[in-house]
Design a protein around this ligand. Structure first.
Ligand code: HEC
Ligand code: HEC
Length: 473
């Protein structure tokens, strides 16, 4: 046997062993991923990513049990292979097709637009993630017209051993609630980050987004400039100077949408009705697939454009066949008075911008196992090596006092074994986190938190111990 074949066999064997298994003693890294320092926008809010939470989120994301006929998971319409989007114009759910094109879920975290969906109808990502489950067409737990409800789904999931283990692992007990599902799913989605593109290699070598990148071709640098600079309009919306102004809405370096963006003139829904409230686009990163060079699905909410050339055609001449009443609703950046913009792009300019947009594609997100399907071919999953023990803290040589608490608690650390203590709500929100100094006790100020039951999580030697803390005042 040649070494190559041996290697392939070993890999195949390894894959068979590993897929379908979540090893809780050896979690993937979601919480300490490297974020380039030039990336500053972040909508994490009060839901910090933890390895535990995102691991649960991954299982939920890939679980077909979340749909009424057990055929559809989130991942059915958000496929890792296509930057977590779908190559069909509209996606198929349990009761028909979606009204819009699926959205890439890449760098969803790195934006100061906190609202989600094309029409921004979800106020936060946490709110968004349980909506597809409750959508009649998508996953079917609408609770209306004979559909089972989200409550029914949570009861069903509580019957599954792996969720018993995972919810206990993350939240201290096996109860499934909507806030717990939301936090875990949102953590997983926010963890999907892509910063290994040619753009990032270049951006890391300069001090701002505008400077020419040393690793770019002349054409890519020209394309970047055109994308970045605003156009100068002459008569009737004709561009007479400047760039093509994309970056005023799709902002570098994350290419997230400006929260103030209005409609870009793509106003027709798939069903033919008009909608002027499509104000969001996912990050423009990873639109093109690194292995095929083809788009990761159609573009825009209605999936009207198959290629980036068609997208540029749209921006090149917006809406001049539309009535003035519609033109006047365009975002002011895309018109001059009542004329939609005419960018008059030359063939070279178009090519330069296309070359630039391809530099926004990375490679890791498409293959990294931490974002892949954790279920095996038969839809089974096994949780191994659960490190969770709910034990009496005094058995471990540390003590929490007082419990119930009013203002401060002290956690003794006689054995020096404790690495970190977290104070967590029953929904998994981390309120306080402290790392141990050698031999020192922990003191936590609990005075800001209302009366109720909380969890104290203690991390030591690769294990997590959970104890309940009562705050009473
Ligand atoms: C049947 C296909 C389908 C399923 C299943 C599905 N989605 Fe989606 N997803 C879509 C479509 C289509 C959109 C855009 C819909 C819109 O804007 O009206 C979308 C949008 C989103 C967005 C918004 C992204 C953004 O940038 O605003 C997120 C996040 C998301 N889905 C997460 C999920 C999660 C989590 C699940 C599983 C609980 C899920 N989806 C299940 C099709 C699907
Ligand atoms: C005034 C703000 C604004 C400007 C300027 C703008 N866009 Fe957009 N862009 C949007 C909005 C809003 C959407 C979502 C529209 C929809 O889906 O119907 C969008 C969608 C897109 C999409 C589709 C993304 C996807 O995932 O399907 C691409 C590609 C795009 N824009 C590229 C560009 C380029 C290239 C330029 C410059 C020529 C540009 N945009 C200028 C607001 C803008």
């Amino acid at each position: 046997m040649t070494t190559t074949i041996k290697t392939i066999l070993i890999f195949a064997f390894f894959f068979v062993l590993v897929s379908g298994t979540i090893n809780l003693e050896n979690l993937e890294n979601y919480e300490d991923q490297i974020i380039p320092e030039y990336v500053t926008r972040d909508n994490t809010g009060m839901n910090e990513i933890s390895d535990e939470g995102a691991t649960l989120g991954r299982v939920l994301f890939y679980d077909k049990n979340l749909s009424t006929d057990k055929s559809i998971a989130c991942a059915s319409c958000h496929s890792q292979e296509f930057a977590f989007s779908d190559t069909s114009q509209v996606s198929t759910g349990v009761n028909g097709v979606t009204g819009r094109h699926s959205m890439r879920l890449v760098n969803a975290r790195f934006a100061d637009e906190t609202k989600f969906f094309w029409d921004e109808r979800a106020a936060t990502l946490e709110e968004q993630v349980t909506m597809p489950i409750q959508d009649h067409a998508e996953m079917g737990y609408s609770g209306q017209n004979g559909d089972p409800s989200l409550e029914d789904l949570m009861d069903e999931l509580e019957q599954l051993d792996y969720y018993n283990e995972l919810f206990t692992f993350v939240y201290g007990d096996p109860e499934i609630t909507e806030p717990r599902m939301r936090r875990a799913l949102a953590q997983f989605i926010r963890s999907i980050q892509s910063f290994d593109s040619k753009y990032d290699e270049g951006r890391a070598q300069v001090t701002n987004n505008v400077m020419p990148f040393p690793n770019f071709t002349a054409s890519e640098n020209r394309g970047k400039m055109l994308f970045t600079q605003d156009p100068v309009f002459g008569e009737e919306g004709n561009r007479v100077d400047g760039g093509i102004g994309c970056a005023s809405c799709h902002r570098a370096p994350d290419f997230s949408i400006d929260p103030l963006s209005r409609t870009n003139g793509v106003v027709e829904e798939v069903d033919g009705s008009f909608n002027f409230t499509i104000h969001r686009a996912p990050s423009l990163r990873d639109m093109i697939n690194p292995s095929t060079g083809l788009p990761n699905g159609q573009f825009m909410h209605n999936g009207a454009f198959e290629t980036l050339e068609e997208v540029l055609d749209h921006y090149n001449n917006i809406g001049n066949d539309l009535p003035t009443s519609i033109i006047s609703q365009l975002d002011p950046r895309l018109r001059s008075l009542n004329f939609g913009q005419k960018l008059n792009m030359t063939a070279t300019e178009t090519e330069d911008v296309l070359n630039f947009l391809i530099t926004l594609t990375g490679t890791d997100i498409y293959t990294n196992p931490k974002w892949s399907d954790p279920f095996d071919q038969n839809g089974n999953i096994e949780i191994t090596d659960t490190p969770l023990s709910i034990v009496q803290p005094h058995q471990l040589n540390f003590q929490v006092s007082p419990n119930p608490a009013t203002d401060y608690i002290t956690i003794s650390n006689q054995s020096d074994a404790l690495k970190t203590i977290e104070l967590v709500t029953l929904d998994g929100q981390i309120l306080d986190k402290q790392d141990a100094g050698l031999g020192t006790d922990f003191t936590l100020d609990v005075s800001p938190y209302p009366t109720g039951i909380y969890l104290l999580k203690a991390y030591l030697q690769g294990k997590v111990y959970v104890d309940k803390l009562m705050i009473n005042r």
